[in-house]
Design a protein around this ligand. Structure first.
Ligand code: ZN
Length: 224
C-alpha cells in the first residue's frame, strides 16, 4: 500500500500527503513553531475543525490563493464563503468523498466555537484512517469513534487548559485504540506548555500496543 505522509506544522496544523493529494488541517501557519509560511503551501484541500483563530488560521487566504476548498461544518463554511474563501460545508456524520480512496468525516468535539459546532475530523486516505481530534476535552464517545472509524493514527491535543492534558489524552488513546498517537496543541505558548514524554509514559501504561510518535515541528512520518 502506498505510504501516507503526516507532517506536523506546529500547534494543531498538519499536512497529509497521499493519493496524489496534499491536505492541510487547521492551517494556522503563523504559529510560533511553524516550519512553513502560509504563502509557501499548495494544498489541494483544507480541513478546518472550528473557527478559533489558532485553527482557522490563514485558511481563507490560502484558499483564495490556491483555489483549495475549505472543508468544515456548515455554518463555518458559510462564513468562509462570505470572506471570499472556497468552502465545502458538511456536518458531523459524512462522508465527504473527495476522490477514490480519499474521504472525510467530521466528528463530535467537546469544545466551543462561534460558527457552528466544533468538530474533529477523520481523513481516510489510501486506506489509512487518521483522526484529528480538533480541540476537545475527553469524552466517552471517543470509544465509538474508535469502533466506527478504526483510526490507525490519532492526532490528539495534550496542552491542557483549553483541551485535554497529557493524562486525559492518554485515556483518549485507551478509548480510541489507534496504532499510533501523535500529540499536538502544546508548547505553542506558555499556558499550554507540556512535556509530551508524560503523555507517552501514560499511554505505555494504559494502552501499550499504541505507539506514541512525538514529532518536532516540521517533522513527518510515512505510514501505511
Ligand atoms: Zn479552539
Amino acid at each position: 500500500m502506498e505510504q501516507v505522509k503526516i507532517r506536523w506544522l506546529g500547534h494543531a496544523a498538519f499536512e497529509i500527503q497521499g493519493q496524489g493529494s496534499d491536505i492541510l488541517i487547521d492551517p494556522w501557519l503563523t504559529n510560533p513553531l511553524s516550519p512553513v509560511r502560509p504563502e509557501e503551501v499548495k494544498p489541494d484541500y483544507i480541513v478546518v475543525t472550528h473557527d478559533h483563530n489558532d485553527h482557522l488560521g490563514e485558511a481563507i487566504e490560502i484558499s483564495k490563493r490556491t483555489g483549495a476548498p475549505i472543508i468544515s461544518v456548515y455554518e463555518l463554511a458559510n462564513y468562509i464563503s462570505e470572506k471570499g474563501g472556497k468552502s465545502i460545508g458538511m456536518n458531523i456524520g459524512g462522508p465527504l468523498v473527495l476522490k477514490n480512496n480519499l474521504y472525510v468525516y467530521l466528528t463530535q468535539a467537546f469544545h466551543s466555537s462561534t460558527h457552528g459546532s466544533p468538530t474533529g475530523a477523520i481523513i481516510n486516505i489510501n486506506g489509512l484512517s487518521i483522526y484529528h481530534a480538533g480541540d476537545t476535552g475527553l469524552f466517552g464517545d471517543m470509544k465509538l469513534i474508535g469502533e466506527v472509524y478504526s483510526p490507525d493514527v490519532a492526532l490528539l491535543p495534550i496542552g491542557g487548559f483549553f483541551t485535554m492534558n497529557p493524562e486525559q489524552a492518554a485515556v483518549a488513546v485507551q478509548l480510541i485504540s489507534p496504532r499510533y498517537a501523535i500529540p499536538m496543541h502544546y508548547n505553542t505558548f506558555d499556558i499550554i506548555k507540556q512535556d509530551p514524554s508524560i503523555f507517552a509514559e501514560k499511554v505505555k501504561k494504559l494502552r501499550p500496543s499504541t505507539e506514541v510518535l512525538i514529532l518536532k515541528p516540521g517533522e513527518s512520518r510515512d505510514l501505511s
